[in-house]
Design a protein around this ligand. Structure first.
Ligand SMILES: [Zn+2]
Length: 483
């Protein structure tokens, strides 16, 4: 497709995100919610929909929904209720899903993504379905039969629905990344796309530039990584434009992203909400949400990623890049905040965290909390550098040692004799030795090629394994050679 063709259309994207809440028990019963347990070991008559049972709402779910709503600038409903959504799936034993239809708990919020306001239409609470495990072998057709695991049935979900304010694949990805960061900061969801604790469906349509009316939207499912989300949207925009350019029509449908092939395929035509025959859930009393309760929850709101980023750049003087890298990982941000409280030089701790430490974590596939490094030992190491006790080159080794073995920076420096040598007498004798060993370079220097001093200083550093004070070495060379 040519750039000219693409430029004739604009893209309209809305995202529906399901966030699995990190409560210990399910939304309507006390079965456990732990991931990866033995099949059907975390179930009870309520979540398996036995006759005569009654659901009891988990208070923590409501609290997490309110907390998330506040973080996303939503209005919290004073009055909210649950509804039954009907559909038949083997992994949905009641044949209904308890969800919220016309009176969700949160409405009319927004999130700023790169300075642009993406409105949040609503956030509602609902229960998750179970999982089918395809088993046996039936040749190329796949499995011979399916088993059902109800452990996930009734695990609480928040569905966070944006308005169609997103206008590109990159923006959709940025929105999703930021949303994941927020739920992680709030501690309501672990935000793991691969394990399915954060799931995203994208509604995508195109329309000619300047047309007010929205085009027909297509929903894409199975976007289980940020990369998949971005690629699927890019593919879908192109598919829709080509379809329209060739005189075809976009059908309202649900499509599945095939990551290995890099395409979307038609799955089913999209249901309208009346197909679900929603009606009020008769077994759960409507929720009246007390303003005082909302107020108390608001008081527990942590500092959110965007606020942190502003504080880091404006108050602590970090670069946009450093602030961005730190804020992107809640573990690193927590670590940085503690370190910054212990050192006079927060910029240096940011540099270490975004540089050598992040590189080490990537290589070793560890999180910072799995290493031996602590905010105390990092702050101590920075102080040793600032006092001139160790050089930056030595500190690079110390920080790795701290991550691998833990302990204190001072102790490592003492034990391994890593302090900078600033003793004039000691360095002078090494300088003299190097001069003696390199008569040709000395001659060049005396002939005016003063840049050879770099080589000579390097020899001293080699001799002292990086510990000589480089400024002093330079000064002493000049003193010896110019005299
Ligand atoms: Zn249960």
């Amino acid at each position: 497709m040519t750039i000219e063709t693409a430029a004739k259309y604009e893209t309209v994207i809305g995202l529906e995100v399901h966030a699995q809440l990190k409560t210990r028990s399910k939304i309507f019963c006390n079965s456990a919610t732990e991931f990866g347990q033995e099949h059907n070991s975390q179930i009870c008559p309520v979540c398996t929909g036995n006759p005569g049972v009654l659901p009891v709402l988990n208070r923590k779910v409501v609290e997490y929904a309110i907390l998330t709503g506040l973080a996303l600038n939503c209005e919290i409903a004073k009055f909210s209720k649950f509804d039954r959504k009907h559909y038949f799936y083997p992994d949905l034993p009641k044949n209904i899903q308890i969800s919220q239809y016309d009176m969700p708990i949160c409405k009319n919020g927004y999130m700023l993504v790169g300075g642009k306001k993406i409105r949040i239409n609503r956030i509602h609470m609902e229960e998750d379905a179970g999982k089918l495990v395809h088993a046996g072998s039936a040749g190329i057709a796949g499995s011979a039969y399916s088993l059902v695991d109800y452990n996930r049935t009734g695990v609480p979900l928040l569905e966070i629905v944006s308005e169609p304010d997103i206008s590109s694949a990159e923006e959709a990805r940025a929105y999703m990344e930021q949303l994941r960061n927020i739920v992680r900061y709030l501690g309501v969801c672990d935000g793991n796309l691969e394990e399915g604790s954060l799931r995203c469906d994208a509604n995508i349509s195109i329309r000619p530039v300047n047309q007010q009316e929205l085009g027909t939207k297509v929903e894409i499912k199975n976007l289980n990584s940020f990369r998949a989300l971005q690629r699927a949207i890019e593919y879908e925009i192109e598919r829709q434009i080509e379809e329209v350019e060739e005189g075809g029509k976009i059908i309202q449908e649900t499509r599945l992203w095939k990551d290995d092939q890099g395409i979307t395929i038609s799955m089913r035509t999209k249901e309208e909400s009346h197909d679900y025959r929603y009606f009020p859930e008769p077994d759960i009393v409507p929720l009246e949400i007390d303003a005082n309760w909302v107020h108390r929850i608001r008081e527990t709101l942590p500092e959110l990623p965007e606020e942190k980023r502003v504080r880091y750049t404006k108050k602590l003087g970090l670069s946009e890049y450093d602030a961005g890298v730190i804020v992107d990982s809640i573990d690193i941000a927590r670590f940085f905040d503690k370190t910054a409280g212990l050192t006079k030089n927060p910029k240096a701790s940011a540099n270490w965290l975004t540089g050598d430490i992040t590189a080490y974590l990537k290589d070793s596939k560890k999180s910072i909390d799995d290493t031996g490094l602590t905010p105390e030992s990092l702050a101590e190491m920075i102080e040793l550098i600032d006092k001139g006790t160790i050089s930056n080159a030595i500190a690079k080794k110390v920080v790795v040692s701290l991550m691998e073995k833990g302990g204190s920076a001072q102790k490592i420096v003492d034990e391994q004799g890593l302090s900078v040598i600033s003793d004039e007498g000691e360095i002078t004798s090494i300088v003299k030795k190097i001069i003696k060993a390199n008569p040709q370079e000395v001659e060049k220097y005396k002939a005016g090629k003063t840049q050879v001093i770099g080589f000579l200083v390097g020899q001293v550093m080699k001799e002292t394994r990086g510990k000589a004070n480089p400024g002093l070495v330079n000064k002493l060379f000049k003193k010896e050679l110019d005299s």
